[in-house]
Design a protein around this ligand. Structure first.
Ligand code: MN
Length: 294
């Protein structure tokens, strides 16, 4: 078998949006990338909200965001600290804590709510999570909703260079280790933990969109550019390897996916392929066709 010669994937841009806003009263987020800003460069990814890290005092209040709809894509919630509870009109639901992932396929439409778990809220503490939106191919936008609750122990990891970097495979694969999440198009979601001052090389798929989301620490990419916490490196689609070196212990997500190459038309919680489909989504939601929470 012919081995692919390693060719460095060049960094194209660093995304540095630091504007923050609240989603409901539970999630103080920075939107690190958004299709309305970066467009097709992100495909198949649409949006990434980084919530926290923030200390919440103990409360009996229900903190979060009440019933709202989604159609046309998937929401992927990754918890680093704290605990999140979710419930949706298709019967999906669960509680996820540190290291756990919720992969919710909204597809044809559902109504859900997202809250700090009662346990976490009553004790208070550090809250930190990521919510990623993954687009669905046009042909799958109207499939039935699906809920995948993935616990930390279901997520395999690959150790690189004697522990210099651990790669947890949430979706897709890395060096033949497959992640548990089922996806509708080729997508790799890797959670990285890098040790200080240990350079590593990470293979990435040629032709895919590649995004390095640095959450904690500071990572030098390809021996030149420095990406800080809450910043995102967007790579060119050519090349098959990325060099990373953390200057302090770092936590990051490496996202890669095959571009869908389809029109993206979004309105709030709906992401479809045309304005007509957005109108249909609004009507269907108004007429109760996305269900309701009992
Ligand atoms: Mn939501």
């Amino acid at each position: 078998m012919l081995e692919n010669k390693p060719v460095v994937a060049e960094l194209k841009n660093i995304l540095r949006n630091q504007d923050s806003h609240w989603v409901g009263d539970g999630f103080p987020v920075r939107t690190l990338f958004f299709y309305e800003v970066q467009g097709q460069e992100l495909s198949p990814f649409l949006l990434l909200d980084y919530a926290g890290p923030r200390e919440f005092p103990p409360t009996e209040a229900k903190l979060g965001v009440g019933p709202h709809p989604h159609r046309g894509f998937e929401t992927v919630t990754i918890v680093y600290s704290g605990e999140v509870e979710h419930r949706d009109s298709s019967g999906g639901g669960g509680k996820i804590g540190p290291g756990d992932v919720q992969w919710m396929t909204a597809a044809s439409g559902l109504v859900h709510e997202e809250f700090h778990s009662r346990d976490f809220a009553s004790k208070g503490g550090l809250f930190e999570m990521v919510q990623l939106w993954v687009n669905l191919p046009a042909k799958d936008k109207m499939v039935a909703p699906r809920y995948q609750g993935i616990v930390s122990s279901d997520i395999p990891s690959v150790e690189l260079d004697g522990g210099a970097c651990s790669v947890r495979v949430i979706a897709g694969e890395y060096r033949d280790v497959k992640g548990p999440a089922m996806t509708y198009s080729p997508v790799n979601v890797l959670s990285l933990q890098l040790k200080e001052n240990k350079p590593v090389e990470i293979e990435v798929s040629e032709g895919f969109t590649r995004l390095l989301v640095v959450l904690k620490g500071q990572i030098t990419v390809n021996d030149s550019d420095v990406i800080d916490g809450a910043q995102v490196g967007l790579f060119e689609r050519t090349g098959n390897t990325i060099q990373l070196q953390a200057s302090t212990d770092a936590v990051a997500l490496l996202l890669s996916g095959q571009p869908l190459d389809e029109p993206v038309v979004g309105y709030g919680p709906f992401v479809m392929n045309s304005t007509l489909e957005i109108h249909e989504a609004l009507n269907d939601y108004k007429n109760g066709k996305m269900g309701q929470l009992s």
